[in-house]
Ligand binder design. Structure first.
Ligand code: FAD
Ligand code: DLZ
Ligand code: SF4
Length: 513
């Protein structure tokens, strides 16, 4: 048997990882590397780096305890070579090894790099498929081939059928594929939301926190109060706790937002699914069992499973199907620079202030905050896709390009021209007011449509539609708002333009808006 070097990346921390499956404890070397190139190619949130370095260290220790030969390069090791390739090269020069075995990475740029190693390192490099995902890259490509639009809903139904999840023979349990329309309630006052599970840092995590505070002080976000799971055991506890305590209400309040409640009834498992501590099939099984055992209603369980089996697999398939071109999509020709307040939190718009503050504190915001507050603003303001993609990749601890980019380029910015979404998720202040209590604490008035006190989302929404009339005017799903716009008096349209101009002039001059 050839002697293999098996490089495991920070988002590949799974015992069932394809490249670890045939690992020979006697002769193979498993390599982990905390490297400058990955930690700094964007300035990741401090908590994202703490999570990944600590989870890597714990996972490597478990493998060592099980008798595997592990080479672990810490960030502050004197001999740290700085990049994946240089670490692999160093290992090959120090140890007699025949080949390098890798699991397909989650980012296009990393894959391209890895593909060049065989020639430059003059050693066979084998890249095996990442079968922790439930749909392979080829499977998605076959489904997508020849379709004009790639709607998640149809992909999801195929996944339900092929995996036999929430099915009764060939039909969906309950008779419907999708219970989304039941999942749009706002949160009643005094609803009690369970405290999320917290894991105080152990010695390994404390060391990493010190390291991150020292080395990445200029990165976004707070390193304080880190209490995330860093082992598989802890991550499984979070998933189980979600199913017992939150899943029941997940469906009803999936789209709701509340001031001071960052966690709501969401699962908070994307961090762990995406770095490999838990697997999608495990959490789908947990949720399906909860329904079958009468522990949670169908609208919640179907809603949750749609996110994991549908959206998560779909965006990953789309990413690999469309890269590298997807990176350059800018259908609406958006040009604006990212406003500074996305880093400083200094804005009078309370919804944005709350969502950015929570993002900075927790490296987390739930889906509707990412989509309908933060994303909605970036869409209406016409921020350039490169700037938006970089921000989302930095600020969330679950962010890797395969999942972040389709959500940004496709879902929030409509920059792919409608490949992912049938219409832009643009909304005025009334949507945010309906789904949250943010407006009750805001400097602006959500009821006012124009003038200095008016909620900026109100006029920016119409300005966005007006600005993009040529590209969006024929979208059948925007028929209603365009009819309303076309019926507006000239004076009303003039007010919208005037308020939007005043707003954008202040925004671009870095004044507080
Ligand atoms: P829950 O609401 O409890 O959902 C359960 C799981 O479903 C999630 O853990 C996640 O694995 C999956 N899921 C839900 N929605 C999506 C989706 N749209 N795409 C892919 N998976 C989904 N998710 C990431 O994992 N990483 C990202 O970098 C990321 N960036 C996003 C950027 C934008 C602009 C938007 C609108 C969404 C983004 N999402 C991303 C999707 C979603 O917001 C997060 O998965 C979710 O908020 C994570 O929190 P949770 O685990 O509590 O999710
Ligand atoms: C995001 C990240 C960071 C911050 N640091 C490392 C690291 O030091 N070592 C590592 O193996 N991976 C890291 N990652 C994840 C990678 O940048 C990359 O996003 C994924 O491996 C997907 O290809
Ligand atoms: Fe946001 Fe407008 Fe509501 Fe203020 S009034 S919180 S800006 S939606």
């Amino acid at each position: 048997m050839p002697r293999s070097l098996r490089l495991v990346l920070a988002d590949q921390l799974s015992r069932s990882l394809a490249s670890l499956r045939e690992c020979d404890k006697q002769q193979d070397i498993i390599l982990f590397a905390e490297v400058r190139s990955e930690a700094t190619y964007v300035k990741h949130h401090k908590k994202k780096i703490i999570l990944l370095f600590s989870a890597m260290r714990h996972f490597a220790n478990e493998l060592k305890d099980d008798g595997y030969q592990v080479r672990y390069i810490k960030y502050d090791d004197d001999a740290n070579a700085g990049s994946f390739k240089q670490e692999v090269s160093l290992a090959l020069s120090e140890i007699e090894l025949d080949q390098v075995v890798l699991t397909h990475p989650g980012e296009y740029r990393v894959l391209e790099d890895m593909k060049s190693w065989q020639d430059s390192l003059d050693t066979p490099v084998i890249i095996v498929e990442d079968d922790r995902f439930l749909s392979s890259i080829n499977n998605f490509a076959q489904w997508a081939e020849g379709r004009k639009q790639l709607r998640m809903e149809y992909f999801y139904r195929e996944m339900r059928k092929s995996m036999h999840v929430l099915m009764e023979g060939k039909e969906p349990i309950g008779g419907k594929w999708n219970y989304d329309s039941a999942n749009r309630k706002s949160l009643p006052k005094d609803t009690s939301i369970p405290e999320p599970k917290a894991f105080p840092p152990d010695k390994i995590t404390k060391d990493v926190i010190q390291l991150v505070k020292r080395e990445f002080d200029d990165h976004f976000g707070s390193a304080d109060n880190f209490d995330m799971a860093v082992t598989r055991e802890q991550a499984l506890e979070i998933a189980e706790c979600f199913v017992q305590e939150r899943l029941e209400n997940f469906g009803d309040y999936q789209d709701a937002m509340a001031q001071g409640e960052p966690w709501m009834f969401h699962s908070h498992i994307s961090f762990y699914l995406n770095c490999g501590l838990i697997l999608p099939k495990e959490v789908i099984q947990l949720a399906e069992n909860a329904y079958l055992n009468d522990k949670a209603p169908l609208n919640s369980v179907e809603g949750f499973i749609r996110q994991v089996l549908g959206w998560r697999e779909y965006v990953r398939g789309l990413y690999w199907y469309k890269m590298p071109d997807y990176k350059d999509k800018n259908f609406l020709d958006a040009k604006r620079k990212l406003p500074d307040f996305f880093w400083t939190k200094q804005t009078k718009m309370n919804c944005l202030h709350q969502c950015i503050s929570e993002t900075s504190d927790n490296a987390y915001a739930h889906h509707i905050q990412r989509l309908m507050v933060l994303g909605n603003f970036m869409l209406l303001a016409g921020v350039h896709p490169d700037e938006v993609n970089e921000w989302y990749l930095i600020v969330y601890a679950d962010a890797y390009e395969w999942v972040e980019m389709p959500n940004v380029t496709g879902m929030i910015l409509f920059a792919d021209g409608g490949l992912l979404a049938s219409k832009p998720y643009a909304a005025s202040g009334s949507y945010i007011n309906k789904m949250s209590d943010y407006c009750q604490h805001c400097h602006y008035s959500v009821k006012e449509k124009n003038g200095a006190q008016a909620c900026p989302f109100n006029y920016l929404y119409w300005d966005f539609l007006d600005r993009n009339k040529e590209k969006l005017g024929n979208n059948p799903r925007l028929g209603m708002p365009y009819r309303t716009l076309n019926n507006m008096t000239d004076e009303k349209v003039r007010h919208i333009k005037r308020d939007s101009d005043i707003f954008f002039t202040a925004l671009d001059a870095n004044e507080e808006v």
